[in-house]
Design a protein around this ligand. Structure first.
Ligand SMILES: [Ca+2]
Ligand SMILES: [Ca+2]
Length: 344
């Protein structure tokens, strides 16, 4: 049976492309202050501060839909140079997509003050990484509380967002970044601030040597190599997938401010964004490699992770087909039960 199933056609995902445009810097930011330091905390020039506009940059996002994982490639030209950005999915409050995004990511909470919504804040208790996340419990406990006169009749306005990827631009402010909504991050850190733990996202490094005349600089700085990583929000990195379904939401780029207290450190300003629609397919039980087919490759996948702790890494979690906390022969049998099943 193996040979036939092994050569089942790969799942074909049509591609779509959107172009991002400048959006309000206060989106999921308490103050929306722009950052004018590169990823090594070196100051960009006054001339650049006075002339740069995100409306001058060009960012396109190509993504596949329908697909078992929302994934694609972001191509940016003319962002800030040597600069760290977050890639986020952003929900529209009150929609199903918003709730699914928040349940994979984070919650931005605004309170009705009688005449307007508060600027807002993040729910910030991610617990130990197991589900349910304490922030989700707060969301469920308070999302239906009412307030007379508020635009939605509710006391709180919840915006779900998912920090799913990150990158550093080159000296021209350009970047080409493959991304996948398979991880959930809290915020980014530089390795000069915090040591990356095994549970955090991958290191992204960049080397640059700014000098007068380069875009954004009028000072000569020494060569620097910067490494950043995403602090985990939900575990495991590489194994957090938004629920299947139809999504109507936005994809946004946020400046990473690294909790800086320096002049021009910024405040996680949102820069550019665009609305998009996509469908995340439900993978069948036993489709460990998430290619939409249950076949011999999934049996090999389980075999390669036998004995591993499903909480230790994303692949071991995917290999625990019956979700009993162990990867063993029962998972191989579970895959066999679902052989030939496909995505819905
Ligand atoms: Ca598969
Ligand atoms: Ca198992």
């Amino acid at each position: 049976m193996g040979a036939l199933l092994l050569f089942a056609a790969a799942h074909i995902t049509p591609a779509e492309t959107i172009t991002l445009s400048q959006v309000s810097p206060t989106t999921t930011s308490p103050n929306g202050i722009y950052r004018w330091l590169d990823a090594a905390d070196q100051q960009l020039s006054a001339a650049f501060r006075n002339s740069f506009q995100y409306s001058q940059a060009s960012v396109t996002v190509e993504f596949g839909t329908p697909s078992p994982t929302f994934r694609g490639t972001l191509t940016a030209v003319g962002l800030k140079p040597n600069f760290a950005y977050q890639i986020k999915l952003l929900g529209t409050p009150g929609t199903d997509s918003n709730e699914r995004i928040g349940l994979a990511g984070r919650w931005w909470q605004q309170m009705w003050l009688g005449a307007s919504w508060s600027a807002g804040w993040n729910l910030n208790n991610k617990g130990d990484g197991t589900s349910p996340n304490p922030n989700d419990l707060t969301y469920f406990e308070t999302r239906d509380m009412t307030a007379a006169g508020s635009p939605n009749g509710k006391l709180y306005l919840y915006t779900g967002y998912l920090l799913l990827g990150y990158f550093i631009t080159d000296a021209a402010g350009n970047a080409t970044v493959p991304f996948a909504a398979d991880s959930s991050y809290h915020v980014l850190w530089s390795t000069t601030q915090l040591t990356r733990s095994a549970a955090d996202g991958p290191l992204v490094s960049a080397s640059f040597d700014p000098a007068p005349g380069q875009i954004g600089y009028d000072a000569d700085y020494p060569p620097r190599t910067v490494s950043i990583f995403g602090e985990w929000e939900r575990l495991p990195a590489g194994g957090v997938f938004p629920k299947p379904g139809d999504y109507a939401c936005s994809l946004i780029l946020t400046e990473e401010s690294f909790h800086g207290g320096l002049a021009y450190s910024g405040g996680w300003a949102t820069t550019m964004g665009g609305s998009l629609q996509f469908r995340i397919l439900a993978t069948p039980p036993g489709d460990c490699n998430r290619d939409c087919y249950v076949n011999i490759l999934d049996m090999l996948f389980v075999r390669n992770h036998l004995g591993q702790d499903p909480t230790s890494n994303a692949n071991a979690k995917l290999a625990d087909v019956n979700a009993d906390g162990r990867v063993n022969i029962l998972d191989l049998l579970a895959v066999r039960q679902h052989l030939t099943e496909t995505c819905r």
